[in-house]
Design a protein around this ligand. Structure first.
Ligand SMILES: Cc1cc2nc3c(=O)[nH]c(=O)nc-3n(C[C@H](O)[C@H](O)[C@H](O)COP(=O)(O)OP(=O)(O)OC[C@H]3O[C@@H](n4cnc5c(N)ncnc54)[C@H](O)[C@@H]3O)c2cc1C
Length: 438
């Protein structure tokens, strides 16, 4: 076995690549791909390992693009960005140039390519997932060819490449549409489930970014609301850091450990954290608002369902949790996203709601997540590609109208499956029907 070890953040994917390669230039990436093709090797690309699934796992070649980062240039309000760029670093670099991304997820440690390639999203019904911010993609396919695609150029390849799970080739560059930099006012509001649900549609429309966390075994939610403000951006300073990062994360970590050691305390802990949920307001530059520090590690499943089914699905999840009494203390995160036309985007063709279920690292999660998935499936749920799910090629094919079109492009770009690993083969290739035999 190789001495190299790579693992993801949640440690749900641990692999031993034959070689970990850190290219500095696009030419090096092309050379690696051509050499791999000549020697029948496989390649996976790692972002920052924040997917929970086995997307990155390989025992062959692993490309890590840590040295392939930064902004290449700015054209008007668009930025050309190298694919290995870390989202936090990108946010600060765009800020220095007077720009910002229109929306982000709730962490900023991913690589831009990793986040875009799995359909990573934030919240806000005016905004699609991060892949909708992409105007142009350049990637290197399995023949070592440099492909550039956009709405206008190689349109079908573009629709496949926007969310591709790294299956078409190695993305080297994105052109991202940005906005002039802006300040957001973030409010955390404690509320009841009943009031939250009765004002949900109003809140989704009224606020730029609206989401809420539901605390299992309670009637409590914490709403997170952001809107653009003319107010001055105030950086939190040491006190804010102490409260948000040290105290909140520290206390939650402590509760989580108690839960792990005494699982039957989980329900009481969920009630306690619901009670302790605070209210706060702060104004900060947008790229510093979206992300939250995550010291407490967990495993996660997140599903996209059509927005109109949200309330029914939410109440069914809540009831199932109460009836089953899982050892669970993590809140359910609920977000809302605009539909898009990206072939493998979970929000393809529909305005969507996302519900995310977490379990503390080290605690059994399979029964809980499988039960939740059964409910999501009733509502035409599509899984987040980076988060745990138990779908098969057949079930996924039913969910994605452009499934076969995606795979036609994939086979054109990668005829011998150089970019497939065991996980991708498992979710892409329906051996029974032999529809997609390699
Ligand atoms: C604590 C935490 C919070 C999260 N919050 C959110 C959230 O708010 N919203 C949300 O939607 N998701 C969220 N996620 C999921 C996360 O955004 C995705 O799983 C994302 O893909 C992780 O990015 P990464 O850089 O770590 O990529 P990795 O997980 O390393 O890779 C993801 C995929 O991208 C491919 N890839 C990476 N770089 C390239 C490249 N250059 N060319 C081709 N393929 C490439 C990889 O091969 C792999 O298939 C969260 C995850 C965690 C652990």
């Amino acid at each position: 076995m190789s001495q190299n070890t790579w693992k993801n953040w949640a440690e749900t994917c641990v692999c031993h690549p034959e070689q970990i390669i850190l290219p500095h230039t696009e030419e090096e990436i092309i050379e690696v791909i051509k050499a791999a093709a000549a020697h029948g090797k496989k390649i996976r690309v790692a972002g920052n390992g924040h997917s929970f699934t086995q997307l990155v796992g390989t025992d062959s070649l692993l490309l890590a693009l840590d040295h392939w980062n930064g902004i290449v240039d700015i054209e008007g309000q668009s930025a050309r960005v190298r694919s290995g760029t870390n989202i936090k670093v990108l946010g600060e670099s765009l800020y220095e140039k007077g720009l910002a991304q229109e929306n982000l997820g709730d962490i900023d440690v991913q690589s831009i390519a990793g986040a875009i390639s799995t359909g990573t999203h934030g919240t806000g019904i005016q905004f699609g997932n991060l892949a909708t911010q992409v105007e142009e993609i350049t990637f290197i396919n399995a023949r070592g060819e440099r492909i550039t695609c956009s709405e206008a150029q190689n349109h079908d390849i573009f629709k496949a490449a926007q969310v591709s799970l790294g299956a078409l080739g190695v993305i080297t560059e994105f052109k991202l549409k940005c906005l002039p930099k802006y300040v957001l006012q973030l409010r955390n509001v404690k509320n009841t489930v009943k009031d939250c649900m009765s004002r949900l549609e109003e809140n989704k429309k009224q606020h730029r970014n609206y989401e809420f966390y539901y605390f299992p075994y309670t009637e409590t939610v914490q709403e997170k609301i952001s809107n653009v403000t003319d107010g001055e951006a105030k950086e939190g300073g040491m006190l804010q850091y102490l409260n948000d990062i040290i105290l909140e994360n520290g206390a939650f970590k402590l509760f989580s450990e108690v839960s792990r050691i005494f699982p039957s305390s989980s329900r009481a802990i969920s009630k306690l954290t619901g009670k302790a949920a605070g209210e706060s307001v702060r104004n900060t530059w947008s790229h510093r608002v979206y992300a939250t520090a995550r010291w407490v590690r967990f495993t996660e499943m997140e599903y996209n369902i059509p927005a109109e089914h949200f309330e029914e699905c939410f109440y069914e999840i809540k009831k199932k949790i109460e009836d089953t009494q899982y050892d669970l203390h993590f809140p359910i995160e609920c977000r809302f996203v605009k539909g898009d036309d990206i072939w493998l985007s979970p929000a393809y063709g529909r305005d969507s709601a996302y519900l995310a279920c977490h379990m503390y690292k080290g605690m059994p999660y399979e029964k809980y997540l499988r039960d939740m998935e059964t409910i999501f499936k009733k509502y035409e749920g599509r899984p987040h590609w980076g988060k745990l799910h138990y779908q098969t090629p057949d079930s996924l094919r039913q969910l994605y109208p452009k499934w076969d079109d995606f795979h036609a492009i994939r086979k054109e770009m990668d005829p011998n499956g150089m970019f497939l690993n065991a996980h991708l083969s498992q979710i892409f290739i329906d051996e029974k029907k032999a529809v997609l035999t390699e």
